[in-house]
Design a protein around this ligand. Structure first.
Ligand code: SF4
Length: 679
């Protein structure tokens, strides 16, 4: 019988997809929105409404696969454990790598980090959040001493007279977000495309791809020159203003207009709106962040917010719009190459001692930092790199930059283990595929884009034959000589102890509290602590409590356009699909709404290169090529083409050049040429 018919009536849980983590009821007749969760307050997008179809999908895996053949769980797990032992015996602990995902629950992210460092003793662990949030995280830590996507409740946005959103398309990626904008206020959007979000804006800054940093410098130059810097706030709460003021003196508006293509008058209007507002918010998202200068770009927008006196004031501030379902929690609990639970740095001796005590190991036995996500994938199967990879909650064949090369690296492994609910493109390459439970079939916590810890309740029994990632990790740990808990509440209790005293402190958060309070904001150090919706009101999380402004400089994209590759490629999402599409491309209503990849181009460009609407064209970069039908649109600049990255092939084109601080690849801009025009 269809799984939905076995659902209990009205289990309150959360969406399987994005970082808004909309509350929803799972009912026998389908999904309905919850109105008690502020993030969505009764709204859902198309993806959320159809999320129940994932539970009944005919594409679901229900038995482990070994070299593509069905096997029992013991055979699969014994095989994996034996291979892990022999590979590590030959190549050392770092011969095995682990790769996680920003959609995994907090419990899974925590368990994955512990599994890598305790059961495998490998330093080689990172996750796909490095491709998503890493630049904003690095910039937030640099400026505020803490990285929490929105350091205020999302409902604060309604109190802001002006919101500047740099590089985000929330109207399409997370539509219920839009209801939080103040309808009487101004929305200013910086984006190379006239996206659905830009269409809502009172002011659109249609910049050249890869020039967000120059734009932020120009806005700050104008703000200071025209007297909008908040001197009292800067004196009281910020270090480093003078050095930044001096560094932006060279970024006069006309120079910035030449680089960005944004008219000076629009920049002045933006600054005037922000500078005269009673309350204002500056937000960044992937369009500004996914660059080899992403950390500096976010820093430049934070500098602007600090100069205007916004962060740490109720109803104002700077925030980052997190993307993946547990993009926030996923980067707090130790699946990142350089982190231990509680958002602790792995080289901090006190942090190592604390976490090692919780794990019952000697701190000296904990490995140090490993490779970042792209560097890890790039090293797979090389003489000095890992020979085995355990992969949970990610699909890098579709989502990694320069994905053709990464696919070859995955294929060169001695052992690739993929845990997934469907046979993703990456699972197709795997030695062993482990069928896993999904969102409504298991309990767990996620931390949404506000830093609010939420409870995903189990609403339905999983199909026979699948196991949870926690159970898989515990079973493998046992075969490697370690006992791990495998039930979400027990793992969460351990996570609370491991994070106690850290930046992201969950010690006071319990499943019961989350349920009673519809989420608890971290840091929450004790059960009688109310949680922290706005952590910067009194002080920032730096040693002296003051925010840090850091001078940064614009530089061009790592790969600029030239005669051979004369167009910019930028990528993004469409309403119907989520991330690599492994889930949403298997839902009929969503594939009907958005059946295939396309390349969006301006009619002027199409005419110049002889392409008509619907023609199949080949898009090529220095790293590879792919084909797609052309979609003509006035919404894009004539020097730029856009492709949605939910389908395999698009990331064959993208540039893996890395940000020196965050190790974020330059997903959002590279040089391509378009060939073809074949009907
Ligand atoms: Fe909400 Fe995001 Fe799910 Fe859409 S995909 S329903 S915006 S959580």
């Amino acid at each position: 019988p269809p799984v939905m018919s076995r659902l209990p009536v009205g289990t309150a849980t959360h969406c399987p997809y994005c970082a808004l983590q909309c509350g929803m009821h799972v009912r026998p007749d389908g999904i309905t929105p919850r109105d008690d969760i502020p993030a969505n307050a009764g709204g859902l997008c198309q993806k959320g409404w159809t999320a129940g179809d994932l539970l009944t999908s005919p594409h679901r895996l229900t038995t482990p696969l070994l070299y593509g053949n069905p096997v029992g769980w013991d055979e699969a797990l014994d095989f994996i454990a034996d291979r892990l032992k022999s590979i590590q015996a030959e190549h050392g602990p770092d011969g095995v790598a682990v790769f996680g995902g920003g959609g995994l629950t907090n419990e899974k992210a925590y368990q994955l980090g512990k599994f890598a460092r305790v059961a495998l003793r490998t330093s080689q662990i990172d996750y796909n959040g490095r491709f998503c949030m890493a630049s904003a995280a690095a910039a937030g830590n640099r400026a505020f001493g803490m990285d929490r996507g929105l350091p205020f409740p999302i409902t604060d946005l309604a109190r802001a007279d002006v919101v500047l959103l740099a590089g985000g398309n929330v109207a399409e990626t997370m539509p219920p977000f839009v209801r939080h904008f103040n309808r009487a206020g101004q929305l200013i959007v910086a984006d190379p495309r006239i996206t659905p979000t830009a269409k809502l804006a009172t002011l659109h800054l249609q910049l050249t791809p890869g020039t967000d940093l120059a734009l932020a410098l120009g806005l700050l130059h104008i703000a200071i020159a025209e007297g909008y810097a908040d001197k009292a706030y800067l004196a009281e709460r910020v270090n480093g203003f003078e050095a930044v003021r001096d560094s932006v003196a060279a970024w006069w508006p006309e120079r910035v207009e030449r680089i960005t293509g944004v008219p000076v008058a629009r920049m002045r209007d933006t600054v005037q709106a922000l500078g005269t507002a009673r309350r204002a918010v500056i937000l960044t998202a992937r369009g500004a962040e996914q660059h080899a200068k992403g950390t500096d770009t976010v820093t430049a927008f934070i500098n602007l917010a600090l100069a205007l006196g916004l962060p740490g004031r109720e109803g104002s501030g700077y925030g980052c719009v997190t993307g993946q379902g547990n993009g926030q929690g996923g980067r707090e609990h130790g699946q990142k190459a350089d982190q231990l639970p509680g958002y602790r740095h792995i080289e901090d001796q006190a942090a190592r001692a604390h976490v090692a005590a919780v794990w019952g190991v000697d701190p000296a036995d904990l490995p140090g930092p490993g490779r970042s996500a792209y560097e890890l994938l790039d090293a797979l199967g090389t003489p000095a790199g890992p020979k085995a990879l355990l992969l949970f909650g990610s699909n890098p064949v579709v989502s990694a930059p320069r994905s053709g090369h990464i696919t070859a690296r995955l294929a060169a492994l001695d052992l690739l283990v993929v845990s997934d609910l469907v046979r993703s493109e990456t699972a197709e390459l795997a030695t062993v595929v482990l069928p896993t439970t999904q969102w409504a079939e298991e309990a767990g916590t996620l931390t949404n884009l506000e830093g609010r810890v939420l409870l995903r309740r189990q609403a339905v029994a999983p199909p026979s034959g699948v196991r949870s990632d926690l159970s898989i990790l515990a079973a493998l740990a046992r075969r490697l000589g370690h006992e791990f808990p495998d039930e979400p509440p027990a793992v969460f209790d351990e996570l609370r102890r491991a994070t106690a005293g850290g930046v992201a402190d969950y010690a006071g958060i319990t499943y019961e509290r989350i349920a009673a309070e519809t989420g608890v904001f971290w840091p929450c150090p004790a059960e009688d602590h109310p949680g922290t919706p706005r952590p910067f009101l009194d002080r920032f999380a730096t040693p002296d409590g003051r925010a840090r402004m850091v001078p940064v400089e614009h530089r061009p994209p790592v790969e600029d356009i030239d005669d051979d590759y004369p167009l910019y490629l930028t990528t993004g999402r469409v309403l119907a699909h989520y991330q690599s599409g492994a889930q949403t491309r298997r839902i009929p209503a969503l594939t009907a709404a958005a059946p295939e990849v396309f390349v969006e181009m301006h009619p002027q460009l199409a005419e110049r290169i002889g392409v008509a609407a619907g023609d199949r064209v080949r898009v090529a970069s220095r790293r590879g090529s792919t084909e797609a039908p052309a979609r003509l649109s006035q919404a894009i600049r004539p020097d730029t083409v856009f492709m949605p990255f939910h389908w395999e092939g698009v990331n064959r084109l993208t540039n893996p050049a890395l940000d020196p601080i965050s190790r974020m690849p330059e997903f959002k801009v590279c040089a391509v040429r378009v060939e073809g025009g074949t009907p």
